[in-house]
Write a protein that binds this ligand. Structure first.
Ligand code: HSE
Length: 419
């Protein structure tokens, strides 16, 4: 066996070849420790973790990471001329933004998994990459181990894409799977997702749909060349789900999944939103369970394609980080080609949705401007309405859905039937 391979160990010993990429790692949580392990396993990686910046250097790590690699001073990485690449996998999006911008401004390429930070600042981060002629790669930010960003950027570099839709959050999908397939209570399922390391440190991000939202924003940049900021996008999660909704879904022979979608509604416009959806057996995502993610890509000439894989967890996410590290070793960068196209579709919310809305204290049928009511049910313990409403009206009245005894779920529809 070649010596170089033997020296590509978790201890981070440099091998004899100058081609080894020397990494400064920020963050040693679930994903950071996974990266350490994955780089140790990947014999062709030719990568070495040179330094690890953590918040609390005295925290017992309980693994075989050498203490000498640890620092709590970002400058030990950012000012080390021997570091070729920064890998950023910390939790705090503001601190992550400071680190990533500092590295890019110094011309150091960065691999990041921080979807919150990237989705909020992508236009600025693209500009920094251009100005400093360096790269920020972030396939790990969206759908864990599924290589969705690089595929959208490179393979789907045409204007035939009609829709990218799917399950982008492992924790909420895990919870819904435990509820629908194992009859487990919501709180127990959430605790398990946290224990397994799928959930964000603030699980509200997972269950209220924000994690899916941030991933959807990133995906849309690479799918259609359009950036839409988070506050403009309708987002509703699964925290208000209750027994009555589960029963309703089962009666319709569906499962409720938290679905994020970006869809062309006509040749010049697209829409996007995150909300629970009734999914029947005929759909690929019906069988996406536990912490898995599934992304359906629909196009004019090829109908549908489906990408499936683990969307959360230490090693799956770390494997995606390693893939970006290796891509960078070969000089890869996103070119954001679609952002320069002549015809970038515009974002619209002027689209009709068919939704189920359960309510109690807030009288949704009279307060929400439904264009048509197709079904309604009122009993002492359970009231719901099914009807058509414009997405723009749903956004304008989003505050009405905040009451915990309110839940909405979407019925899927094709906006543009071009198959
Ligand atoms: N909390 C995220 C999820 C982690 O559950 O999908 C991966 O992004």
């Amino acid at each position: 066996m070649n010596d170089t391979y033997l020296q590509n160990t978790p201890a981070g010993k440099p091998g004899p070849t100058p081609e080894i990429i020397r990494i400064g790692l920020f963050g040693l949580g679930t994903v950071g420790t996974g990266i350490f392990e994955v780089i140790g396993k990947a014999r062709n990686a030719h990568a070495e973790i040179r330094r690890i910046c953590v918040r609390d250097i005295s925290k017992p790590r309980g693994n075989d990471i050498p203490q000498a690699l640890l620092t709590d001073r970002p400058e030990d990485i950012l000012e080390d001329p021997e570091i070729d690449l920064v890998v950023e996998v910390i939790d705090n999006p503001d601190a992550a933004f400071r680190i990533v911008t500092a590295a890019l401004c110094k011309g150091i390429p960065v691999v990041s998994g921080n979807k919150t930070m990237i989705a909020r600042h992508l236009p600025e981060l693209i500009e920094l990459q251009r100005r400093h002629k360096t790269a920020l790669l972030y396939d790990a930010s969206s759908c864990g181990s599924i290589p969705v960003i690089r595929n959208l950027e490179e393979y789907y570099d045409n204007d035939l894409l009609l829709e990218v839709k799917g399950i982008l959050n492992g924790s909420s999908n895990y919870i819904l799977s435990r509820i629908f397939d194992h009859d487990e209570p919501y709180a127990e399922a959430l605790a398990k997702a946290q224990k397994a390391g799928f959930a964000e440190s603030d699980p509200t991000y997972d269950i209220e749909g924000f994690d899916s939202l941030f991933k959807l924003i990133i995906i849309t940049v690479h799918a259609l060349g359009a950036y839409v900021s988070p506050e403009k996008i309708f987002t509703f999660g699964i925290s208000h789900l209750d027994e009555a909704d589960i029963r309703y879904a089962r009666e319709k022979r569906t499962k409720i999944k938290l679905v994020a979608q970006v869809v062309k509604v006509n040749p010049d416009e697209f829409t996007m939103f995150v909300m629970p959806e009734f999914v029947d057996r005929s759909k690929y995502i019906y069988s996406v369970d536990d912490e898995y993610n599934g992304v359906v890509i629909r196009g004019e000439c090829y109908d549908r394609q489906f990408m499936f894989g683990k969307g959360a967890g230490s090693l799956p996410t770390a494997s995606s980080i390693l893939s970006d590290v290796m891509a960078r070793r070969h000089g890869y960068r996103y070119e954001y080609k679609k952002m320069g196209y002549l015809d970038i579709p515009s974002y619209t919310t002027d689209v009709p949705l068919k939704i189920y809305a359960r309510y109690s204290t807030t009288d949704l049928p009279s307060l929400l401007p439904f264009r048509e009511i197709q079904e309604s049910y009122v009993s002492p313990g359970y009231k719901y309405v099914v009807g058509e409403i414009l997405l723009s009206d749903l956004i304008a009245n989003r505050h009405l859905l905040d009451a915990p005894d309110t839940f909405v779920s979407n019925f899927p529809r094709f906006f543009l039937d071009r198959d």
